[in-house]
Design a protein around this ligand. Structure first.
Ligand code: ZN
Ligand code: ZN
Length: 336
């Protein structure tokens, strides 16, 4: 088996099961370390032990590489494949099969862990037709939000990438600032395929303040998707956080009126919006986007969780913009 593929696949499965990132990075780093070597050179360095002393290679990764070079599926990978054989969630299997892509993900340009092309390759492997790259906006400095210059640079990088049949959509997860404006210039937002607007600060504001802030973001003509609307955390390493308080009826009415889809955020620690708000948005006539908010390739598989929640709450496939053919989706996003 190809050793680079083995290491990257191990990283994918570890990300999918939410392993700590230092553990995952050991495999990604080892893959990057040996990627420039041809098969014969790699085999020689395994045999004479030089690889073991190479920076970026540890005991575990050396063992994986040695087994792959010997033509075996490394034992560590075989175990992971067995452990992860079942889908993450089967509750929305029929709906999941209809999802064509994902409109919210992060790369190492902000707080994701890998380059754009690694995310794209994983999305293609999962059978997606498109993947949106939506890194953070400038104000979110803790997540290395992109300045206007860095975002322009990212757009050039994406334009130069060949991702085969997978379409990479350009985008941003833009902060809805306290005054309800978006945290990037209108000119630049206008050049992106998709704009996800999210609140990331002052989540405990009173309902009136939060509602006004959210309505500002939703009414901005550039906004396409309202990201993780309550900001709640229900499990995981960051602890829990209650949902923000806002006038959900007013917010969802504005989404329906302004052609802004309500995100069903698939991350297991978010599960946002809560069930009752999904049903309220459905009654308000909203469209939905089931997104992974993946920060690593293995997390792109989280779509199964979002599909299960949409199905459990009776959201019809046609109300989910990520089930649509790409031309119809583009028309929706262009608000034309
Ligand atoms: Zn976010
Ligand atoms: Zn995000």
């Amino acid at each position: 088996m190809d050793a680079v593929d083995a290491l990257n696949e191990i990283a994918f499965w570890l990300e999918r099961e939410l392993a700590p990132s230092f553990k995952v990075q050991a495999f990604r780093r080892a893959a990057a370390t040996i990627a420039p070597l041809d098969a014969a050179e790699l085999a020689t360095r395994v045999a004479d032990g030089r690889l073991k002393r190479t920076k970026g290679i540890g005991d575990r990764t050396f063992q994986v590489i040695a087994q792959a070079v010997d033509g075996e599926v490394p034992g560590y990978l075989a175990d992971l494949r067995e452990r992860n054989a079942a889908p993450l969630d089967t509750g929305g299997a029929e709906l999941l099969a209809q999802l064509k892509g994902d409109l919210h993900s992060h790369t190492e340009w902000s707080d994701g862990t890998t380059p754009i092309e690694v995310m794209a390759a994983a999305a293609a492997t999962l059978g997606r037709e498109y993947q949106a790259v939506t890194d953070h906006s400038p104000t979110l400095t803790v997540a290395s939000g992109l300045s206007a210059e860095r975002l322009e640079e990212q757009l050039e990088t994406i334009a130069a990438l060949d991702t085969g049949p997978l379409t990479l959509l350009t985008g941003i997860e833009v902060d809805i600032l306290e005054d309800g404006t978006l945290d990037q210039t209108p000119g630049l937002l206008g050049r992106l395929d998709v704009v996800v607007g999210s609140v990331h600060s002052k989540l405990r504001a009173d309902s009136r303040t939060m509602t006004e802030r959210m309505l500002g973001g939703i009414r901005d003509p550039q906004t396409n998707i309202l990201g993780h609307c309550t900001g709640r955390l229900v499990q995981g390493s960051r602890g829990t956080r209650p949902p923000s308080e806002f006038d959900a009826e007013a917010v969802f009415a504005a989404c329906a009126e302004n052609q802004v889809a309500v995100e069903i955020n698939s991350r297991p620690e978010r599960q946002d919006p809560p069930d009752e708000l999904i049903r309220l948005a459905l009654d308000a006539g909203c469209f939905f986007s089931i997104d992974t908010d993946a920060h690593a390739p293995g997390q792109l598989d989280f779509l199964a969780y979002g599909a299960a929640r949409a199905a459990a709450n009776g959201v019809p496939a046609d109300r989910i913009i990520t089930t649509w053919p790409l031309p119809r989706l583009r028309t929706f996003l262009a608000k034309s």
